[in-house]
Design a protein around this ligand. Structure first.
Ligand code: MTE
Ligand code: MO
Length: 524
C-alpha cells in the first residue's frame, strides 16, 4: 500500500517532490511548503502546522508506525504533530483542498524530544526554493555567491553608475527561500503579549500616510572577503566583495504610525519582525530593533522600492526598512511585528550578526547572550571604479585602460561610495597613492539630509593626473570620515572576527595601466 500511495502522490505532485522515504511525509511536506502560517478555514485563526497543541493526546513514533494499513488506518508524524490521514487516503482530494485542511487530520502530539530523535523518519520532501523568481540578466549585474539560497552582489562598476541603485542591480541577500505569497490571504500581524491586530496589504496602504526616504541598505557582511588573512584565518560566511550594498528610494508607512495606531508604543523594549521565509522546522527569519529606533526614526514598513512595487527578492509584499542599521534588521516578507521586552528569538538576532572577540575561532565557542547584536552601521567606503567585471575577490592587479574622456583630460577617474550608520553624514572621503602617507580629498556627491538622518550613501570621485601615475603597478586606498569624526581602521587586523562582519578597513585596489595603452598613447 505504501508503495502504491507514494506512486500516486508522485504522479500528482512530481514537480514539488525531490525525494521521499515515507508516504506520510510526502503529503505533509507538500502541504507545508506553501502556506505559512495557514489560515484555518473555520476558525480563521492562524495556526502553524505540526506545532505542539497542548490539549491533544501524546502518541509515540512506535504508535505511528503501527498505522500503515487500511485496517489500522494511516498515520503520520510531522514535526511535533501526529495525524490520522486515513480518510484523506480514501478520498485523496486535490492538492489545494488538502492544503487548507491538513490540520483537520490532527489527532495528537509526539512525546517531547521524539521529533528530534526521529527527524530521519519524519521527512521533508519539498523544494523550498520553488517560488524563487527567475532572475534575468543576473550574471551581467551580479557576482552570484550562491544560488540556493540566492545571494548576489552588485558588480562594483554598476554600483557607482547611478546615485539610486536600479532594482534589478540591487544586491540580494536571502538566508532561505523566497516564500510563496497569496496577497488575498496575506495579513500583517502586529501585537504584544496581550493583543494581536492584523492589517491586510490594502489596509496598510490605505489607512496610513505614506512616506518616501532615500536610504542605503548594507549587509553587515559586506566586504567580508577582505577580512581573510594569514595570521588570523579565513572568516566564515558568504564571501562578499564590496557589492552587498545599494541605495534606493523606499516608500511605505512609518512603523511608528502603525504602532501608535494600536497603542503599542507605550511599553516594550524591542520591536521584533518575522518574515514568511521559514525553514522546515518553522523557524522563520526574524530580527529586532530597539523601540527607541522604531519610534523616533524613519523606520518604514515599505511596499515600494524606487517607486515600484517591491519585487519578490526584495520582500514583496512588505518589508521593514531600518535606515542606518545593518541590512539584517530590514526584514523582508514581513508578516509579524511583535512589541516585546526581549529581542527576537531568531538565530540571526541571537547568534549570527554579532561581532565576536578575535580569540574566538569557532562561533560555537561563545555564550552569545553576552555579545550584543549589531545594530548601527559603521563608517564605510570602497573604490568601485576602475573595476573589473570579473570577480573582485580574485583580481590581484587590475589592468586599466583609461576611457576616452580621461584620455582627453589626461587623467584617471576613480570613483566609489561611502556611508555611515545611525544617520551620520559623510564628512569626507580621501584617497592615498602612497599607502597612507598623504591623502587627497575627493569630490562628494551627496544629498542634503536632515541632521542625524543621513540615510543615503555618498558617492565620490577623484581624478588622478596621468603625470602622477606610476607606470608600474600601484595601489589606491580610500577612507571616509563621518560627521562624528569616526574613521576607518587602516587594516582589518584590529577588527577581525570569525564571521567576518562589519569590515570597514581602508579599501585598497592594485592597478596597472594597460601595457598596450602605455605604448600607444605615450602616457607620460
Ligand atoms: N525575511 C528575510 N528578511 C531579510 C533577510 C532574509 O533572509 N529573510 N536577509 C536580511 C539581510 S542579512 C539583508 S543584508 C537584507 C538584504 O536585503 P535585499 O536582499 O533586499 O538587498 O535583508 C534582510 N532581510
Ligand atoms: Mo545581511
Amino acid at each position: 500500500m505504501r508503495l502504491r500511495l507514494t506512486f500516486l502522490f508522485r504522479q500528482r505532485f512530481t514537480s514539488q517532490i525531490i525525494t521521499t522515504s515515507l508516504t506520510g511525509g510526502l503529503i505533509a511536506g507538500y502541504l507545508f511548503s506553501k502556506y505559512k502560517p495557514i489560515v484555518h478555514a473555520e476558525t480563521d485563526k492562524s495556526i502553524i502546522i505540526g506545532e505542539r497543541i497542548p490539549t491533544l493526546p501524546t502518541y509515540s513514533m512506535a504508535d505511528v508506525a503501527k498505522h500503515t494499513t487500511k485496517e489500522n488506518g494511516y498515520w503520520l508524524a510531522f514535526r511535533d504533530g501526529v495525524y490520522d490521514i486515513s480518510s484523506f487516503v480514501e478520498s485523496h482530494p486535490g492538492g489545494k483542498q488538502i492544503l487548507k485542511t491538513v490540520e483537520h487530520y490532527r489527532i495528537g502530539n509526539l512525546p517531547l524530544g521524539e521529533r528530534e530523535a526521529n527527524e530521519n523518519n519524519q521527512e521533508e520532501v519539498i523544494d523550498l526554493f520553488q517560488y524563487d523568481p527567475e532572475r534575468l540578466n543576473a550574471i551581467e549585474n551580479f557576482f552570484i555567491r550562491s544560488e540556493k539560497p540566492y545571494n548576489a552582489e552588485t558588480k562594483p562598476s554598476m554600483l557607482i553608475s547611478s546615485f539610486l541603485t536600479p532594482v534589478e542591480k540591487f544586491y540580494i541577500r536571502n538566508h532561505m527561500h523566497v516564500p510563496f505569497v497569496n496577497i488575498n490571504q496575506y495579513k500583517l500581524e502586529i501585537g504584544n503579549e496581550k493583543s494581536t491586530y492584523s492589517l491586510s496589504y490594502d489596509d496598510l496602504k490605505d489607512k496610513y500616510q505614506s512616506y518616501t526616504i532615500t536610504s542605503a541598505l548594507q549587509c553587515a557582511g559586506n566586504r567580508r572577503n577582505g577580512m581573510n588573512n594569514e595570521q588570523q584565518g579565513t572568516v566564515q560566511g558568504t564571501q562578499w566583495y564590496v557589492g552587498a550594498i545599494g541605495n534606493a528610494r523606499w516608500t511605505g508607512v512609518k512603523l511608528s504610525d502603525v504602532l501608535k495606531s494600536f497603542d503599542l508604543d507605550k511599553e516594550g523594549k524591542h520591536i521584533q519582525f518575522f518574515g514568511l521565509d521559514c525553514d522546515t522546522s518553522q523557524r522563520c527569519y526574524g530580527a529586532s530593533i530597539p523601540i527607541e529606533k522604531a519610534l523616533n526614526d524613519d523606520v518604514l514598513i515599505a511596499y515600494k522600492m524606487n517607486d515600484e512595487i517591491l519585487t519578490s527578492d526584495h520582500g514583496y509584499p512588505l518589508r521593514i526598512l531600518v535606515p542606518g542599521i545593518v541590512g539584517a534588521r530590514s526584514v523582508k516578507w514581513v508578516n509579524r511585528i511583535i512589541v516585546s521586552d526581549k529581542e527576537a528569538d531568531s538565530h540571526w538576532q541571537k547568534a549570527d550578526y554579532k561581532v565576536l572577540p578575535s580569540s574566538i575561532k569557532q562561533p560555537q565557542q561563545i555564550d552569545y547572550d553576552n555579545v550584543p547584536a549589531i545594530q548601527e552601521l559603521n563608517v564605510q567606503s570602497a573604490i568601485c571604479y576602475p573595476a573589473s567585471n570579473d570577480d573582485g575577490n580574485k583580481i590581484k592587479i587590475l589592468s586599466v585602460k583609461p576611457n576616452d574622456d580621461d584620455i582627453k583630460n589626461r587623467r584617471l577617474t576613480i570613483k566609489g561610495y561611502a556611508l555611515s550608520g545611525g544617520g551620520r553624514q559623510i564628512h569626507n572621503v580621501q584617497i592615498s597613492l602612497d599607502h597612507g602617507k598623504t591623502w587627497l580629498q575627493t569630490e562628494l556627491e551627496q544629498l542634503a539630509q536632515p541632521y542625524m538622518r543621513a540615510w543615503s550613501w555618498t558617492l565620490w570621485t577623484y581624478h588622478i593626473p596621468f603625470n602622477d601615475i606610476p607606470s608600474k603597478p600601484f595601489d589606491i586606498i580610500c577612507r571616509a570620515m563621518d560627521t562624528h569624526t569616526n574613521s576607518q581602521p587602516d587594516t582589518p587586523l584590529g577588527i577581525w572576527n570569525i564571521r567576518g562582519l562589519m569590515n570597514n578597513a581602508w579599501h585598497k585596489i592594485s592597478l596597472q595601466i594597460d601595457e598596450n595603452f602605455l605604448k600607444e598613447k605615450k602616457f607620460k
